[in-house]
Design a protein around this ligand. Structure first.
Ligand code: NAP
Length: 283
């Protein structure tokens, strides 16, 4: 398998998305300035795909980091792939643009590379989100989501059926909480299992002289999933980028596949009574 630090997947609109992305969500108690520091470190380390959202309330800090790294010559805008997300309260044709424009203003950028719907459950199937005369590459029609689906995905919820479906439709699957999530008590139950303490991941990591986190990320890359890794810690940011110089065996992949237990860290408890609550579906 030929995965390199600068490997990308081609989206079906022709744009390239780097296969490893840097996650920027942090629980409320983490100072927003940490997002700025961590994003700069991530870019220095080599991350070129940055995953963010209006909801995370840190796009000023993340945007400043991008602009600083462009200003000091580390990257050009076109080297970066920036994703933002439209939050649920903006899912009306007249509000979508407003949310995106707010993000752009906070970021200090004039475009984002991808803009996805954060929680599409607020929409009816088939509902159009852009005004009829809107132009651009924003993917906002739930029936015709052509490029990427970003979903929780890790060895305890490996989404193998959804992945197969996405591959058959030329949709790129992007994995979040690939390291077992931030365990934010707002969303995640305190008795949830610690993915990175999983004995099988630890054994495989030891065999490759790696960490369980690196194995969890590499697992996704080798199955054709674009994977996000959030860390605001310099050592772990560096560690998470070092996943291009080892390879899991077919047996390792099979064993990790066997860890699946359809366990979801974030089951969106706030939406469980919503008529379009998605997590009761088979996918
Ligand atoms: P994650 O990437 O699964 O894990 C992050 C947690 O693991 C953090 O607490 C981090 O703490 C720790 N960590 C990171 N690297 C580690 C390593 N090598 N060894 C041990 N621990 C490590 O977290 P996530 O935030 O749930 O998901 C990643 C990104 O996906 C988010 O930041 C966000 O951009 C995106 N996301 C999207 C959605 C959506 O609805 N579309 C939902 C959730 C997340 P430290 O910071 O202390 O290292």
């Amino acid at each position: 398998m030929d995965l390199k630090h600068n490997s990308s997947v081609k989206l079906n609109d022709g744009n390239l998305m780097p296969v490893l992305g840097f996650g920027t969500f942090a629980p409320d108690e983490i100072p927003k300035s940490k997002a700025n520091e961590a994003t700069k470190i991530a870019i220095d380390v080599g991350f070129r795909h940055i995953d963010a959202a209006y909801l995370y309330q840190n796009e000023e800090e993340v945007g400043q980091a991008l602009r600083d790294k462009m200003a000091d010559g580390t990257v050009k805008r076109e080297d970066l792939f920036y994703t933002t997300k439209i939050w649920a309260t903006f899912l009306r044709p007249e509000l979508v643009r407003q949310c995106l424009e707010r993000s752009l203003k906070k970021l200090g950028l004039d475009y984002v590379d991808l803009c996805i719907i954060h929680v599409p459950i607020a929409m009816k199937p088939g509902e159009e989100l852009l005004p009829k005369d809107a132009k651009g590459e924003i993917i906002l029609d739930i029936v015709d989501i052509r490029d990427t689906w970003e979903v929780e995905c890790h060895p305890y919820l490996n989404q193998s059926k959804l992945l197969e479906f996405c591959k058959s439709r030329d949709i790129v699957l992007v994995a979040y909480s690939a390291l077992g999530s931030s365990r934010d008590p707002t969303w995640v139950s305190s008795d949830s299992p610690y993915l990175l303490e999983e004995p099988i991941l630890k054994t495989i990591a030891k065999n490759h002289n790696r960490t369980p986190g690196q194995v969890a990320l590499r697992y996704q890359l080798q199955r054709g999933v674009v994977v996000l890794a959030k860390s605001f810690n310099e050592k772990r940011i560096k560690e998470n980028f070092k996943v291009f110089d080892f390879e899991l065996t077919a047996e390792d992949m099979k064993v990790i596949d066997g860890l699946n237990r359809n366990y979801r860290y974030d089951s969106m408890p706030f939406a469980v009574d919503h008529p379009y609550y998605p997590f009761l579906e088979e996918y």
